[in-house]
Ligand binder design. Structure first.
Ligand SMILES: [Zn+2]
Length: 290
């Protein structure tokens, strides 16, 4: 029988110990950490990076991103991110300061709204509509800059080809759904459906809260004007949701003898991903207007 050299004996001993003190799972903390502000955007970023990075969504699904206030823990999460991906265009009103501070401390930021063709709303001031996620075409436009920003901040080398193809496919499916109804005339909760309407040939005649944020308020006079517009445009449903006073929406719908339909426009609300979220939205609109 051959002698086993002493150095191999100690190796065998070490291997014998391994299952007790280590696991074969890769260390999750070694992956880059991408922090995304809201759930819809979080889903798109997850689809883009796959398993290459950890994606943390800050604002819990179901909460209004317009007025979400960060906790101390959220602030820590932001400050420890390899990159923060947000909507921008003043969408995350409660996070603006924290994000700006993190940026001055050197946490890289990507603001989606700066990489798309902005829908500008004329009012007292000219403001850019922040509801960019309601058209997949905006993501398709922003993906090259988003991908480049993630790669630069994390050292990854992902590409946007698969994500772009999936979004292009989704875009044509939504076109088909909305194209199947005779006309797409919308009354929305607040002024949130602009990008969707522009992309899919809908007309938004007004909103119960005539502002780009749920933190705005409407007046009785504005509501009376909206009612007249709804009558003259033969509107078939009112779409409400996040931040819309439900009693106001219901009353208007009753007076017009039409339905008030609740849509989820600002968070996934349990949808598995962005694709499901957008198809749910398109299908609900098409069903109500058919
Ligand atoms: Zn909104």
């Amino acid at each position: 029988m051959r002698m086993i050299p002493k150095k191999f004996l100690s190796l065998i001993f070490l291997v014998g110990l391994l299952p007790a003190c280590s696991s074969s799972q890769p260390d999750a903390s070694a992956r880059p950490n991408i922090v995304v502000t809201y759930s819809v955007l979080g889903s798109v970023v997850t689809d883009l990076v796959g398993d290459a990075a950890d994606v943390t969504t800050l604002i819990p699904d179901g909460q209004d991103p317009h007025d979400y206030q960060p906790s101390a823990r959220d602030i820590e999460t932001i400050n420890n991110a390899d990159i923060v991906v947000s909507n921008g265009l003043d969408f995350e009103e409660g996070l603006l300061e924290v994000l700006a501070t993190a940026e001055t401390k050197g946490v890289p930021q990507f603001r989606l709204g700066n990489s798309i063709t902005q829908r500008v709303v004329e009012g007292e001031h000219t403001i850019a509509d922040p509801h960019v996620w309601l058209s997949p075409a905006n993501f398709i436009q922003a993906l090259p800059s988003l991908t480049a920003a993630i790669n630069k901040a994390t050292g990854l080398s992902i590409d946007e080809i698969t994500a772009t193809n999936q979004l292009t496919q989704l875009d044509s499916e939504i076109k088909e759904v909305i194209g199947s109804i005779p006309s797409c005339v919308l009354v929305s909760g607040h002024d949130e459906m602009g990008y969707f309407a522009d992309r899919y040939g809908c007309t938004v005649i007004g909103a119960i809260i005539p502002g780009l944020s749920t933190t705005s308020e409407g007046t009785a006079k504005q509501l009376a004007v909206l009612k007249e517009l709804a009558i003259s445009n033969n509107v078939r449903a009112i779409f409400t949701g996040l931040g819309t006073p439900q009693n106001v929406a219901n009353q208007l719908a009753n007076e017009l003898n039409i339905k008030a339909v609740t849509l989820s426009t600002h968070y996934l609300q349990g949808a598995a991903n962005y694709r499901e979220f957008m198809l749910n939205l398109a299908n609900q609109i098409a069903e109500a207007l058919r």
